[in-house]
Design a protein around this ligand. Sequence first.
Ligand SMILES: NC(=O)c1ccc[n+]([C@@H]2O[C@H](COP(=O)([O-])OP(=O)(O)OC[C@H]3O[C@@H](n4cnc5c(N)ncnc54)[C@H](O)[C@@H]3O)[C@@H](O)[C@H]2O)c1
Length: 347
Amino acid sequence: MLPKTIDITTNIGQSLQHFLNETTYSQLAILVDENTAAHCLPIVKSFLPENILTIQIQSGEENKHLGTCQQIWQAMTDAAFDRKALLINLGGGVIGDMGGFCAATYKRGIRFLNLPTTLLSQVDASVGGKLGIDFGPYKNHIGIFKEPETVIVYPEFIHSLPQEELRSGYAEIIKHCLIQDADYWKVITQRQLQGQDWPAHIDHSVRVKYKVVTEDPTEKGLRKILNFGHTIGHAVESHFLNHENGRLLHGEAIAIGMIAESWLSITKGEIQESELKEIQDYLLSIYGKVDLSQENLEEIALHCLQDKKNDTGKIKASLLHQVGDCAFDIEITLAEVKAALQYYQSL
Ligand SMILES: NC(=O)c1ccc[n+]([C@@H]2O[C@H](COP(=O)([O-])OP(=O)(O)OC[C@H]3O[C@@H](n4cnc5c(N)ncnc54)[C@H](O)[C@@H]3O)[C@@H](O)[C@H]2O)c1
């Protein structure tokens, strides 16, 4: 069962109109970037009131910062939005995280509705109420937990997504299988990116994530398993954020993190060699191999010291017991992180 706040729908018009009819609000805004303005706004526009305020920001992780928040707060201030106003976030994880953060802090909080439009935001960011922005190279360093009024997941939105964004979102579907569902791992690994049943996978992933976050909404324990691949993956992503050779998409970095952390899982006496091989072969077949450069490994590893799961200066990772089962709060050292990156680099 999913709660009323998550609606996976094949009829976006009906879902949106139902929500708006049931909700009272003083003013309404929709937050978009140039891509969701072009591809997604036309799909929903006819179901929205004509006087809705459109706030458009520039797409991309590099714009997920305080400066863009100021632009959003300014637009709502200029339109004299009060505390009964409502913000609709139409976009990927950047719009969802940042729009939610702006709504949750504007005049101490107005309500917001999320319409995730990327695969990643539908299978991951749509559930769990984490909102925030980046701070320098540190991902989601500033933020809060707050649930949107509703999340309407419309899988059809992903049809206009560039292939690399689809691939990025797929990493979280893979992660959900590795940490919670060995049977579904067998289902998804039958195919490469092509020919996957996306609506079924979106439904599956939302349910896995929802089950975990309802047991532990504020990440005191179990929810940490959702960070499998993310301790090292975020470090890699942070490193590439300001890299002259271009950045890595979130899922591409997490794929590296999942290989490195699967290797660490072996060194901690958990998964079998054969499982590591299965995981790394599949991930490499989808994401290819990224050259991290030997001279960068130390610098990448150091980013782990800022990981949000760390506890009194110790790096804590979520590692696999076996495919479909994940442990959390496993202490790892900087040297082990570096060794795991070295392992990935050696493939
Ligand atoms: N809150 C959470 O629990 C959570 C979980 C995972 C990731 N995140 C965050 O999500 C962000 C990544 O999200 P993302 O991968 O969706 O990236 P994104 O929001 O940057 O979107 C990726 C690109 O796709 C474009 N786009 C969006 N929808 C489109 C569509 N339907 N058609 C064509 N183009 C479209 C966007 O304009 C952007 O250029 C990161 O900032 C990450 O930290 C949050």
